[in-house]
Structures are given as structure tokens and as C-alpha cells.
Design a protein around this ligand. Sequence first.
Ligand SMILES: [Zn+2]
Length: 318
Amino acid sequence: MSTAPEYTASSSSSNAPSACPLCGAPEPPQARLGTEPFPLFECPACGVGFVYPQPSPEELARFYDETYYGKNRRKFLNPVERGIAALTRLKWRRLRALLKPGARMLDIGCGRGALIRVARAAGYEAYGIERPSPSQHDLPYVFYKDLAGCRFPDGHFQLVVLWHVLEHLANPRATLEEIRRILQPGGWLSVAVPNFGGAQAEAAGRDWFHLDLPRHLWHFRRRSLETLLQKSGMRAARCSTFSFEYDWYGTLQSWMNRAWADNNRLYSALKGEPSVRGGGKFARLAGASVLALPALGSAVWDAARGQGGTLTVTAQRT
Ligand SMILES: [Zn+2]
């Protein structure tokens, strides 16, 4: 049963939090970046960023519509989808090294199930969880409900994958404690989040692509994520700050937001959204092709200094 503190939202946006909801440090969190109507605060002790007050589930549901998930069971244009599938196979090779043959694993926030398909083809017992939505894919082996509602037995999985999910959750600590419960002793969690302490976030400020308010309710840097893992009964064993697709694209889109007030419309174009068509679409794709190589170089340079745009932590149940 979770011992995580309840995160209670106030209906008044003029309220400021009196203490950090993640680490409990008594120093008052500071307002950051002027992100009204979804104010972002940062804890001076653990460095976590968080939206306060947290919007209600009903209000947040408006930001998870068909535009977010993609129509016709496809999120991006076909070449982008193929690139993502190839990168998933590379990431699977690193995860597989942690696992016993045929082990049972769970991908929380599995999206279109790419990782599950690769793992199953390799003989592993892989399952997924995804938020129910009108455009859900109805994949086999995927539960369209929240983690607690799945009622998995204790110690059921050798690996849980939690990529780009934690920052969306109302109460990340409660979810990590549930993950600990369903992991075998010594089992692994692979967790990835945008890096609030990375050079990309620092340089882009309000224009940072991964700020994504209010869907990203939390923003972690390395010490805040490791604090949260430790409080949840897990130990960070490895940390990397480079993710090829997230960091390259995050740098590129953040630059376009900063230089041309693009407001993530390149991203909309890559998703094939009808709001960005014709000349606007081609101008963006042309701008992106000019900036693509410098953005890749910048993302690799940030990661080489330990300040890349994505934190990926491999943690073990203690
Ligand atoms: Zn804190």
C-alpha cells in the first residue's frame, strides 16, 4: 500500500506550495519561467519542477485527445514511424542483457506496442499498459487501465519499462511504489524522463519542447529522480543523458520555437496534422532539414558533458 503523500491541488492559481511534494524539504519552492495558466515551481533542495496547483483529471483529459495520440493508429508520418521502430530494436538489445531467457516484463505507457512486439518475437513474456482513449489500438497483451487497476501479483515481473510516463503522472511516488511491489527482488526498472537539468532545458527556458505543460506535471533532474527512486525502494544503478530521437528532435524543435516562435508546429507537421499543411508545412520541413545536423551535434555534445536532454535510469529493486 502506498505511503506517498497525497498531492492536493488548490482551485486558486495564486497559491504557492509551502513545501516540496516530492522530497518534503521545508524550503518554499520557487516559481519558474512564468508559465501561466499552469504555474511551474522548482524545489531548491531536490531540484524537481512541478505544476502547482495540479489541474484536475477532467481538465487534463482535454490535453490527451486525438491530436495527441494520432489518428488511424499512427502517430507520425511513415518515415518517422520506421525510424522509431528501428530505435526501439536498438533499445531492446540493451534491456535484453538484463533479463533471464523468457522473462516476464511490463512496458507501462507502451503506446503502439513496438517494444512488446520485439520482446515477444525474441521469446519473452511481454505485456503493456496504456491510457484508455478513443483511438486506443486494442492490442493483445495490453491493458487499457491504470497500473493499480491491473492488480498484478507481488514480484510478478523481472523488468518494468517506464519511458516518458513518470512526468505525466499525478503521483509518481505512488506509481513507483506499486512498480516496486510487482518487481521480483533484484528486478529492474528502466525509467526515462526529459532532463530538467540538461543544457537543452536550461538554454530553451519556456521554449523547451519537452516542457509540454500541462501534460508534463513533473520535471526531473538527476538528483530529483534518484531521490524519488530511493524513497520508493529502488536504487539507481546506471544513468545516461542521451536519447537519440528525443534529444535530437527536442533540440531542433526548441531552436525553432525560440527563433521563429514555432510553438511546436514542426511537431504537428510531422504528425500529419491538418492544422499544418501546404506552404507552412514545407517551410518548416525545409527549416528543419537545415538545422537537423547542427541540432544533432548540439545534442551529442550536451550528452558528452552529462547534460543531455533525456535522463534514462536503470534502477534495481532493493
Ligand atoms: Zn524537493
